[in-house]
Design a protein around this ligand. Sequence first.
Ligand SMILES: C[S@@+](CC[C@H](N)C(=O)[O-])C[C@H]1O[C@@H](n2cnc3c(N)ncnc32)[C@H](O)[C@@H]1O
Length: 247
Amino acid sequence: MSENALYTDLSIYYDLMCVDINYQAQSDCVRRIHQIFGNQGTRYLDIACGTGPHIQHFLNYGYQSQGIDLNQPMLDQAKVRCPEASFTLQNMCTFEIDQPVDLITCFLYSIHYSGDIEPLKNCIAAVAQALQKGGVFCFNAVDKRLIDNTLSTAHFTYHSGSRFDFRSGWHYEGSGSTQTLQLSIQKTTGEQIEYWQDQHPMVAISFAELTTLLEPAFDVTILEHDYDSLQPWNEISGNALFVCVKR
Ligand SMILES: C[S@@+](CC[C@H](N)C(=O)[O-])C[C@H]1O[C@@H](n2cnc3c(N)ncnc32)[C@H](O)[C@@H]1O
């Protein structure tokens, strides 16, 4: 599998890979965060939007919604899912939009796709530029210091007569500013087995370093990665929700 195969040639399997993710609960939580921390506006942008699951829910909440992503096959699916939203093919580290928005999200750890510290800084600057004063940038992230290379998540599902097994896990060497997301997909149809393995290069960062990059433009609150109750980050969990209000 090439670096981007999951989001290009294999993009038809993306929603199967995410079948266990409760996008409704995530979106409900982010909407609540926006109501508590935000400016009450309803213009919404999802960066690295993929096939548009969050956008679908924010359209249902009445937000004027748009998405950007680096890969057209993902946007093609997003457009089918959310015909009322607008989508543009852009890199989240260099993107621009016509009018500032009130809420920007970046989920499934996609902010790490900025790849390294300098492009991450550019991404944060582009987000700040695209937000209204008092607007909210909400995303989830993983702290490089707390990555356990031995852990991975796995699940399977059945679709169109095939069984799909998905596995994913982080890998961090222990130093430096890059880590990888390691993914595999196995498709079993009767006796036939197809197998793809992928390593996505990502930026590695600690939450303290990330907060330092965000603070010049944002008031930053870090919450536990729990979509059912909003709790301050306990400084131990390796995953967290970042809520950044533009000054
Ligand atoms: C793990 S998926 C997340 C999709 C969606 N946010 C979700 O929660 O299901 C990562 C997405 O990031 C996109 N992506 C990767 N690098 C990107 C970049 N530099 N700029 C914008 N999108 C990017 C991929 O094409 C893919 O759709």
